[in-house]
Design a protein around this ligand. Sequence first.
Ligand code: UDP
Ligand code: MN
Length: 341
Amino acid sequence: MRFRKIFSLFCLFITCSLLWLIHYNYNYTPSWLRRMLDCREIVTKHINMDLIFPPGVVCAQPSVHTSRPDVSLSTRWSAPIVWEETFDVAVINNIYKHQNVTVATIIFALGKYVRFLKDFLESAEQHFMVGYPVHYYLFTDLPNEVPEVNLGEERQLTVIKTPSINRWQEISLKRMKMIEKLIEEELLYTVDYIFSLDVDTKFHAHWGAESLGDLVAVLHPYLFGFSRKQFTYERRLKSQAYIPLDEGDYYYEGAVIGGRPDKVLKLAKTCRMQMEMDQANQIEAVWQEESHLNKYFLYNKPTKVLSPEYLWNDKKEKPSNMKVVRFSQVDKNYADVRPNP
Ligand code: UDP
Ligand code: MN
């Protein structure tokens, strides 16, 4: 009898100590236990993502007329297509800055692609999510060649050592797997938004919180405005990325993927599984992960679509309806940077 009493008291003590530890030292709680407890965090984070505007802040009144009659501002499922002059940076910042929104930016620089890092990071510090906490996660096989770049306040870089690749197609196929693992192990409950960006790129102008959304895609700078039949979707039935000629909304570029961690995780996992099925069937989609991404976005519509302002190409002349180039693919010599033709 006495033993049972002592044992019950002991159990109570252990439980209380555990609860106290979790409450006050949440960061030191083992990840498996955190995952179990994190339903609490998911709920608070979703509440946080309401578009709360601080009372008393005065901004210009919105017009009821369209600000950009020269371009399409909305998809047919009513997701915004983001163009210059369709948003007010002051209003956007009043909403997102007050919620301490954090962004993880995933980049890959394997082999000779490390040469793009300096310009990418330096220009990102000038233009990308300025004023917001940004955590860059860089996958590279050459950690010693990562350049020293001064990062702003609340901005940090984590380098993740990765095995080298023999074929450039490999990284395209492996990117999704690595994104999936990183989100599952680290980002799912710790950041609000994720962007995965190509590294052979440079920022040229403001890219801010107007780009944030549950699931974010970018329009291809060359195929924007083409008919769906001309899109370079995978057309072979044998591939999981197959899209019939009479389907398709837009052709999205694989260089920019964004959204909430759970949404990007589902995307990465699905594309990774589809690519593995293709591998088992000995077929590689025409544009590797980009083909699978286009298939994914066809049946899981993006909630926000970024105009080609958010992914241009240095080789392409700017048309009159492009008022600004925010982010652009640099003109690279493929033979010079890729490990195979
Ligand atoms: N990449 C890399 N090393 C390579 C090939 C590709 O790190 O040898 C990464 C890099 O992040 C690059 C992305 O994969 O931005 C996509 O490849 P690439 O830019 O060559 O494709 P493109 O944009 O030309 O279609
Ligand atoms: Mn690229």
